[in-house]
Ligand binder design. Structure first.
Ligand SMILES: C[S@@+](CC[C@H](N)C(=O)[O-])C[C@H]1O[C@@H](n2cnc3c(N)ncnc32)[C@H](O)[C@@H]1O
Length: 224
């Protein structure tokens, strides 16, 4: 997997890149890079945005600036790029990210994530350069950077070899192993605290009964 994030704030991702599973993804050969459209802007003084036609508050990311950034990175017209590479704009009103979409993205060889800022993107960027528009929830963040981290985090942890042996994506919320339901409850030591006891079955050492109990607990929690 090769993830490229186009952002005006690449330094935000320094922390993200150091997180354990992201660092492991890089070790096993995946890549995660940030591209700053300011570096390739054809405009003076590093300008990347402008005021909206028709008036209104805020600044809009310019289509010529995003075209220059995508061309500089990939060496092709961004209109044709999207036939060979999944180019995604992060927008509040886009397709909602869920586990099925994360699995779909994790099956791609490469992703390009475009982070908006201020008032967002010139509509022609979305229309002509992007394959999809994705939202991480029905609320508005100040920029696409946190959304890009959410998408990348969820995608990278689905890739083989990225999670450590003490972590697993096989049996967790929304996985086929739990019939797409939410995960069962977990407990650890102490077995009793202030009279709050751990269910006996989990202390029984009886693997089949534990498996059954967990599946039933997951089913109960997943009821609409
Ligand atoms: C302040 S928002 C722009 C909001 C836009 N004017 C609107 O009303 O839909 C700036 C940028 O943050 C990102 N963003 C904000 N909320 C998001 C969300 N829920 N999911 C994905 N991206 C989001 C997008 O890239 C967006 O262009």
């Amino acid at each position: 997997m090769n993830i490229d994030v186009f952002t005006l704030f690449p330094a935000w991702f320094d922390w993200f890149r150091e997180q354990r599973h992201v660092a492991r993804a890089l070790e096993v050969g995946h890549s995660f890079e940030c591209i700053d459209p300011r570096a390739s802007t054809p405009l003076k003084w590093g300008q990347v945005d402008d005021t909206p036609f028709g008036g209104g508050a805020g600044m809009v990311l310019r289509v010529d600036v995003m075209e220059a950034a995508l061309r500089a990175r990939y060496g092709v017209d961004p209109v044709t790029l999207r036939a060979t590479r999944r180019v995604i704009a992060l927008v509040p009103g886009g397709r909602l990210l869920d586990d099925a979409l994360v699995s779909e993205l994790a099956a791609e060889p490469s992703l390009t994530l475009l982070c908006g800022r201020y008032e967002g993107f010139d509509e022609r960027i979305l229309e002509h350069f992007c394959c999809d528009q994705i939202s991480i929830g029905r609320y508005v963040l100040a920029g696409g950077e946190l959304a890009a981290m959410v998408v990348s985090d969820a995608v990278l942890r689905k890739l083989p070899g990225v999670l450590g042996k003490d972590e697993s994506a096989v049996e967790e919320s929304f996985s086929p192993a739990l019939e797409g339901g939410v995960e069962y409850p977990h407990y650890t030591r102490p077995a009793e605290w202030r009279g709050w006891a751990v269910p006996d079955v989990l202390l029984s050492g009886h693997h089949e009964r534990i498996r059954q109990w967990r599946l039933e607990a997951s089913r109960r929690r997943s009821l609409p």
